[in-house]
Ligand binder design. Structure first.
Ligand SMILES: Cc1cc2nc3c(=O)[nH]c(=O)nc-3n(C[C@H](O)[C@H](O)[C@H](O)COP(=O)(O)O)c2cc1C
Length: 165
């Protein structure tokens, strides 16, 4: 198979990204799989691996998948509650990169904000020094994402790393 899109998503944001990547990839030789329902890892030339950012990184399920991938191309995509600026993207990327085997070609990461839940709000309250106003602003900013612009950039990213553009 040419492309496999594998993702984790608890509240639907990363799933929305996965679906848009999937339709933007050329041809029919492709598969999209929710990692939590996956019975076996699909064999593909190129993988798009997606996750919600938790504790500023991906979860153990994604690390387990990355560890199994050898001699393939890998692109990452993720949604997060905090503003997805370049510095944060780099931070998230750096936390996942060590789990990608050296014989794989790493193609890059797409990161955008995704609307979040009270659970994340509580985390921000407990773990950061943000004021209640700052947290309100972050939650409000995230509430409209992924938006049309995110999806446009996501599809451009997917097509660029798939060699379509
Ligand atoms: C328990 C929990 C922890 C989270 N931790 C982070 C985090 O460390 N950094 C961040 O930017 N977003 C964090 N988020 C926000 C999620 O990454 C964000 O809402 C994401 O879009 C959820 O994706 P999903 O809808 O695919 O599950 C957290 C959310 C929850 C519920």
């Amino acid at each position: 198979m040419k492309y496999a899109v594998i993702y984790i998503s608890e509240t639907g944001n990363t799933e929305e990204l996965a679906k848009n990547i999937f339709v933007s990839l050329p041809g029919d030789d492709k598969k999209m799989v929710n990692a939590e329902k996956m019975t076996e890892l699909p064999v593909a030339e190129q993988y798009f691996i997606g996750f919600p950012v938790k504790n500023c990184t991906c979860g153990i399920e994604i690390l387990n998948i990355l560890e199994q991938l050898e001699n393939v191309k890998i692109a990452l995509f993720a949604s997060c509650g905090l503003p997805a600026n370049d510095k944060y993207k780099q931070y998230v990327e750096n936390s996942v990169l060590p789990w990608i085997n050296d014989d794989c070609s790493y193609l890059g990461i797409f990161l955008c904000q995704g609307k979040s839940t009270e659970k994340f709000r509580e985390k921000l309250e407990i773990k950061t020094g943000y004021s209640s106003d700052e947290i309100d602003r972050i939650m409000e900013m995230a509430s409209n994402h992924p938006d049309d612009n995110d999806i446009k950039h996501l599809c451009e990213f997917a097509q660029a790393v798939a060699g379509v553009r």
